[in-house]
Design a protein around this ligand. Structure first.
Ligand code: HAM
Length: 411
């Protein structure tokens, strides 16, 4: 026997029974973004590798460990997109969108690829919904984006939502804070957990995430970046908080929120659901990236945005699969299937969900099949051109005038 294939590690099939809940999320996004005046953008599944190394950042885990990179026949290095923002800003620059009235408001939906350790809510191919507002540094844009993601998750019914918020300031204040934090950790080295001590130079911020008691005691007094940002950045952040307060949005200030991508400046935020495992509790996150367009060779254009994981949202919703339900099943005795086809097409043309037997079942078998697919009513054609209709829940059956079938069978 030859080996059987499985979907590659960290990937999954989306089967018909799993589509309804996904479709509901998609429709909610289309509706929300249409009402807010965002245009949909789609970019290629793969891009030049350098777009991500420059855009997302050479030192990030995403670029160092997680990219699916390959060389094409023309010897170009290409990468399956691990995230959307770098590509969308690339498209903004490439299509001269800075000449349009600013800001440009975009949304996107599609698959992304990261070579991570698979676990619940963490995949190698996953889907994101996201929004980007490019061409303004106004705090209003940050707040509108946070409200949009909060509203989306709220409308979908995600339970136990928490919003965490911080500001990363500028790359300069970030570098200065890093030096200060390294010095602080060195000064308290003796009380730190060994794994934190070993990574002081490599990743001092990780110390904030440690579960070790000694480390936590040290970190309680550690310098936080949000207290070290410059005046203009602090003013910007104060305005973001003020607008969120005015809008009645609850959030937690979290000076340890860092995010894993290098392009962020100023505001950063994440939405979590309490129902999810800590390892994959973040439903969506984002922030401002005021230097990205220039870093990619474009004009200066401030931007802000977020992305949320569709599979994480679905996990948090934990919705049962919906019952399948057809409006009508058309059953026909042997030799009458042509008539069944005519009727099914007429009903479908009028917008009804109508099915017929495709497996050569007996009339009795067809009635069973109608039951199995959850048909509300079954039309039973007879040998003489007539028909009856059966209500599948009450079992009542009556004659059906086929010339008025659509009207009689409308749900
Ligand atoms: P991110 O935080 O890397 O941000 O990803 C956003 C969301 O995608 C995460 O919160 C999570 O729900 C989902 N996600 C990420 N990795 C995986 C995975 N391996 N499996 C399943 N879901 C995953 C970004 O991607 C930024 N581009 C967001 C942004 C837009 N910032 C500014 N604009």
């Amino acid at each position: 026997m030859s080996a059987r294939f499985q979907a590659p590690r960290g990937t999954f099939d989306i089967l018909p029974g799993e589509q309804a809940e996904r479709r509901r999320v998609h429709l909610a996004c289309v509706d929300l973004f249409t009402r807010a005046g965002y245009g949909r953008i789609e970019t290629p599944i793969f891009e030049d590798t350098e777009l991500f190394s420059r855009g997302v950042g050479e030192s990030t885990d995403v670029v160092q460990k997680e990219m699916f990179t390959f060389t094409d026949q023309g010897d170009r290095s290409l990468t399956l997109r691990p995230e959307g923002t770098a590509a969308i800003v690339r498209a903004y620059v490439e299509h001269g969108m800075h000449k349009l009235p600013q800001p440009v408001k975009l949304w996107h939906w599609g698959p992304y690829f990261r070579h991570e350790r698979p676990q619940a809510g963490r995949f190698r191919e996953f889907n994101q919904i996201g929004a980007e507002v490019i061409g303004t540094d106004s705090p209003l844009a940050d707040v509108e984006l946070i409200l949009l993601l909060g509203d989306l998750l709220g409308e979908l019914g995600v339970p136990g939502l928490r919003l965490r918020l911080s500001s990363l300031g500028s790359p300069d204040s970030r570098a200065a804070h890093r030096e200060e934090l390294i010095a602080y950790l060195r000064a308290n080295e003796g009380e730190l957990a060994p794994d934190v001590r070993e990574r002081i130079d490599e990743n001092p911020l990780r110390a904030f995430d440690s579960k070790d008691e000694g480390t936590r005691a040290v970190m309680a007094d550690a310098p936080q970046l949000v207290d070290r940002i410059d005046d203009a950045d602090a003013e910007h952040f104060a305005e973001v908080r003020h607008l969120l307060d005015q809008a009645g949005v609850a959030y937690e200030l979290d000076g340890t929120l860092v995010r894993g991508l290098d392009y962020y400046t100023r505001t950063v935020f994440e939405f979590e659901s309490e129902g999810l495992d800590a390892q994959a509790a973040t439903l969506g996150g984002g922030g401002r990236y005021d230097g990205l367009a220039e870093a990619l060779g474009g004009p200066a254009a401030a931007g802000c945005g977020w992305a949320a994981g569709i599979e994480r949202i679905l996990l948090a919703l934990n919705a049962p699969p919906p019952e399948p339900a057809a409006d009508v099943f058309v059953a026909a005795p042997d030799g009458q299937s042509e008539r069944a086809f005519v009727l099914v097409r007429e009903l479908r043309g009028a917008g009804l969900h109508a099915e017929l037997d495709l497996a050569g079942r007996s009339l009795k078998g067809q009635m069973k099949q109608a039951d199995r697919i959850g048909a509300r009513r079954t039309v039973i054609l007879d040998e003489d051109g007539g028909a009856e209709v059966r209500d599948m829940s009450s079992g009542e059956q009556e004659a059906l005038d086929l010339s008025r079938a659509v009207e009689a069978l409308k749900p």
